[in-house]
Design a protein around this ligand. Sequence first.
Ligand SMILES: C[S@@+](CC[C@H](N)C(=O)[O-])C[C@H]1O[C@@H](n2cnc3c(N)ncnc32)[C@H](O)[C@@H]1O
Length: 251
Amino acid sequence: MTTHDGYDKISGIYDMFTDQATLDFYSSFATEFSEVLDIGAGTGRIALSIARKGTRVIAVEPSPAMAREFRAKLDREPALKNLITLIEAGAGSFGAGRIVPAAFMAGSFDHLLTNEERLRALSNIANHLEPGGRLVFEIWPGLMTDNPEIWAGETKVGDTTYKRKVGRRVLPDGTVELELVYDVFRGDEVIERIEQHSRVGISDRESVHRLLSQAGFRVVHEYGDYERTPNKDGDSILLLDTIKETIKLGH
Ligand SMILES: C[S@@+](CC[C@H](N)C(=O)[O-])C[C@H]1O[C@@H](n2cnc3c(N)ncnc32)[C@H](O)[C@@H]1O
């Protein structure tokens, strides 16, 4: 069962360490459609950007802390409120009460820890898509190994510097504990340390293809980065662009 507390301590600084490439990739995909599902929407950084261009967004986010940040941002841009619906739930259980032409899971699919959870999520998403509707998401097969904490990113806001360390530990049950440590500096002095642990699953290309087919999706493109370079063996990332089959195939 997924726990949804892996973002509670860092929701306020989450956006500082996100990258433009994911935002550009998912935004360009979403703008092809009049309405999209953004599943695992986080603080709404992609949803808000898409809505600013006029696309309606149904955002799904299970972490109360991330959803709170999202709502605070929406309060600062009230003009977007009639374009965005935020549902506080996970990918496997949300119910939007409508069918849309496209969905994406930006950085959230790996939070599904078991094949059972992944299939439940994919099936629920399929039930929310029109026949021929698209689903795009990524997995990170190349990163899911034991890795000691290493420095990964630095951001300055006024006279405060935030430095991030990321580490990964493969647990006996085959999932990965992601360890994030943020040191907050004023000058050379560390004034605060924020530590956040979250869990991610390990999935590979073959098992994801099988689950997609069981849920009624066909893979149309596979990329190895957010610039849409075709995926090849050994790439850290696998980005999957899929279509909901008009007739569901057998298992
Ligand atoms: C790496 S963040 C990405 C946030 C956002 N999509 C972005 O790109 O800025 C992953 C998000 O997935 C959410 N998440 C975790 N488990 C989930 C689940 N079962 N269903 C949907 N989202 C989930 C987390 O709460 C978190 O907000």
